[in-house]
Design a protein around this ligand. Structure first.
Ligand SMILES: [Zn+2]
Length: 293
């Protein structure tokens, strides 16, 4: 089954609702970062929530970067998203696994920590990017994105994201939903939504039962109330290249690059986001120095 995201409006415009399956995407991230269960769940939830956020608030070529630092063992999590359904992301420590929490779930809050902030930098393609920052609520990621949307974007929302990791560290399922409350929503409709969300199984349980993103939304709302608008494939995709790394090497001083030639006889650049490695020979480095002149 392919990963995809669906967009919908509910109850004639009272809510906007999105749901996504990210199983393959999070599996790709797990493989690339060789991550362990708590790190996989923390990064997978962040990738999923960033996809949902990006597809709900961005248009065209706009981009955003989410940085979460809760002071926990995973260290900082960084995810880049856009309106076209691709994300890339990494965390400082991919090798975190913790005992299950009191609910018998992966302890994402314990792994991420909640003594810190979540910052979202939006690049709208015109001048200076804008950063909105909020304190973390629980480090469980879904709550933190919900709080960010309410505080920074002034959009009352509900975000649910979930990752199931198999005992052998591979990813079983991953996905999530995002619901935005629009100004026309009545108090009764909001109360009903709240009650349904409280009774909702985990997204990962619904996905393991074979439910599709459309079915996740019709589990939350009555099927007659949901009008599906759009469906979009989603994937983990990095845009790094040797040329990009050459450009960042070119910002170093001539002396520093000369040292790489004399001492290391070359250089290796590793992309944090995807783990790809790029080799620079002595000749490549010399060309960068020559280019600087
Ligand atoms: Zn990369």
């Amino acid at each position: 089954m392919k990963d995809y995201l669906v967009k919908s409006v509910v109850k004639d415009g009272m809510f906007r609702a999105y749901a996504v399956r990210t199983t393959n995407l999070v599996a790709e991230a797990q493989k690339r970062h060789d991550s362990w269960s708590a790190s996989t769940a923390a990064l997978g939830r962040s990738l999923t929530a960033t996809l949902l956020l990006s597809s709900s608030v961005l248009k065209g070529e706009e981009k955003l970067t989410v940085k979460i630092n809760g002071g926990g063992p995973t260290g900082t999590i960084v995810v880049d998203g856009n309106a076209n359904g691709t994300v890339k992301g990494y965390l400082q420590n991919p090798h975190v696994s913790l005992p299950l929490n009191g609910n018998h779930h992966i302890d994402v809050g314990g792994a991420v920590g909640h003594e810190g902030v979540m910052a979202v930098t939006k690049d709208m393609g015109m001048g200076d990017p804008f950063t909105g920052q909020v304190g973390l609520v629980s480090g469980e990621i879904g709550d933190d994105f919900t709080y960010y949307l309410a505080q920074s974007e002034q959009i009352p929302s509900a975000v649910g994201v979930s990752v199931f990791v198999n005992p052998d560290e591979t990813v079983g399922v991953a996905g999530g939903f995002l619901i935005q409350v629009l100004p026309d929503a009545t108090d009764d409709a909001i109360d009903e939504l709240q009650a349904r969300l409280n009774a909702l199984p985990l997204v990962s349980e619904m996905l393991r039962d074979g439910k599709t993103p459309e079915q996740i939304l019709t589990e939350i709302f009555s099927i007659d109330d949901v009008k599906f608008l759009d469906k979009m494939n989603v994937s983990f995709k990095c845009d790094c290249s040797k040329e990009r790394f050459a450009k960042s090497l070119a910002t170093l001083s001539k002396k520093e690059i000369q040292e790489m030639i004399d001492q290391d006889h070359g250089a290796e650049a590793v992309c944090h986001f995807c783990g790809n490695k790029y080799q620079f020979s002595e000749k490549d480095l010399q060309e960068i120095i020559d280019y600087q002149k």
